[in-house]
Design a protein around this ligand. Structure first.
Ligand SMILES: Cc1ncc(COP(=O)(O)O)c(C=O)c1O
Length: 397
């Protein structure tokens, strides 16, 4: 009898967390490291949020709480959805968890049965397919193209929907591409989803506040109210409020789903940290002016790095509309000769060359450590690249 469960064998440790741990260990060993791997702002949590947490500790808010969130936080979340997204929810439609990742995990594990398919536009955040697989479902990548700004095309989505499709996971602005859908672009996607009432929509709006150049954020249930009854709108305080370590994420959707997620959480973490929940109330209720200031920095860093990458031979980098990632294509360096004199003749590119034995990347010899694009599902970066999985059969129809 195997000791490790079959469910666990379907997932891999998060590669992004893995490379962040390497950086942390190197720093602890006294090395001078610039770590860009973790998706977290370098700004500190704003003082008024810290003060709310300290006040909560002083008041003795240090006990177990309601499983899926204190009433005060649920009320603040309802206010946030109405204020920012024009979406009305009751507190009973809201679930708070230990980070957006737990909320996502709860939603998928609480609803997926063996054989259920989950469509995930690619490139995607590394955790989506693994959580789907862990839950016993089948992740169905929907590759997008650079020429479309890495955004889903309605016809491609239509082709992938089958009677087994349970969820469509949507993420705008996207980790890792930074692609963000305008109202009209999103409407084309929701028009397809509207026609398939058995498909639920899980929209991960984690990067809602991190948008640039006047971009106006919208979310599926706002753009298409007919999807409200089968949409889970997920968000959190990690990114916009610089609170990655506080571990608070939340979602709102139909009560039947929220109840199921709560049941699962009651048998895992019980409730998110009481102190962090009080801090999240302060975060969501404001002030919010620091977000705009942070975005000025994120934008200037984005512009600098995009322009530097585009000055590099063989690298092409589109300008992301949101989040704090860039998604450059390295297709042009595959097959080139590295300063060490070694050539990546086998065209395995950065995966073999850098991640495994650090041979081919032109900068690996200078002490740069890279995570290859494979776990994000490589898309349309030119010849010589491979997809992690073959395209879903429906794509070939
Ligand atoms: C797209 C996306 N969703 C959700 C999360 C999870 O955020 P957290 O669990 O810190 O709230 C992340 C974190 O990197 C992310 O990139």
């Amino acid at each position: 009898m195997a000791f490790i469960s079959d469910a666990l064998s379907r997932i891999k440790p998060s590669p992004t967390i893995g490379i962040s741990n390497v950086a942390r260990e190197m720093k602890a060993a006294g090395k001078d490291v610039i770590a860009l791997s973790a998706g977290e702002p370098d700004f500190d949590t704003p003082q008024h949020i810290k003060d709310a947490a300290i006040a909560a500790i002083q008041r003795g808010e240090t006990k177990y709480t309601a499983v899926d969130g204190i009433p005060e936080l649920k009320a603040a979340i309802c206010r946030k959805f109405e204020r920012d997204n024009g979406l009305k929810y009751k507190p009973s439609q809201v679930s708070v968890g230990t980070g957006g990742k737990q909320v996502l995990f709860n939603a998928l594990v609480a609803t997926i049965n063996p054989g259920d398919e989950v469509i995930i536009p690619a490139p995607y955040w590394v955790s989506y397919p693994d959580i789907v697989s862990f839950a016993g479902g089948t992740p169905v990548p929907l590759p997008t193209k650079a020429e479309h700004g890495f955004k889903v095309q309605a016809a491609d989505l239509e082709k992938l929907i089958t009677p087994k499709t349970k969820w469509f996971i949507f993420n705008s602005p996207s980790n890792p591409s930074g692609a963000a859908y305008s109202h009209d672009e999103l409407k084309k996607v929701t028009d397809v989803l509207k026609k398939h009432p058995h498909v639920w929509v899980l929209t991960d709006d984690m990067y809602e506040k991190l948008v640039y150049d006047g971009f106006v954020f919208t979310t599926p249930a706002q753009v298409e109210p007919k999807l409200y009854d089968r949409t889970l709108t997920l968000n959190g305080v990690s990114k916009a409020y610089c609170m990655t370590g506080w571990r608070i994420g939340y979602a709102a959707g139909p009560e039947v789903l929220i109840k199921a997620m709560g049941a699962l959480q009651s048998q895992s973490t019980t409730n998110p940290s009481a102190i962090s929940q009080w801090a999240a109330v302060a975060a969501l209720d404001g002030p919010h002016d620091f977000i705009e200031k942070h975005n000025v920095s994120f934008k200037s860093r984005r512009d600098l790095i995009v322009s530097m990458l585009n000055q590099t031979k063989g690298i092409q980098c589109p300008t992301p509309e949101g989040a704090f990632y860039v998604y450059p294509s390295c297709a042009g360096v595959i097959g080139l000769t590295a300063p060490s004199g070694k050539k990546d003749r086998e065209r395995r590119g950065l995966r073999e060359g850098v991640a495994r034995d650090r041979r081919c990347c032109s900068c690996a010899w200078r002490g740069v450590r890279l995570l290859a694009g494979i776990p994000y599902f490589l898309c349309d970066i030119g010849k010589g690249t491979r997809r992690r999985r073959p395209p879903h059969p429906a794509l070939l129809r």
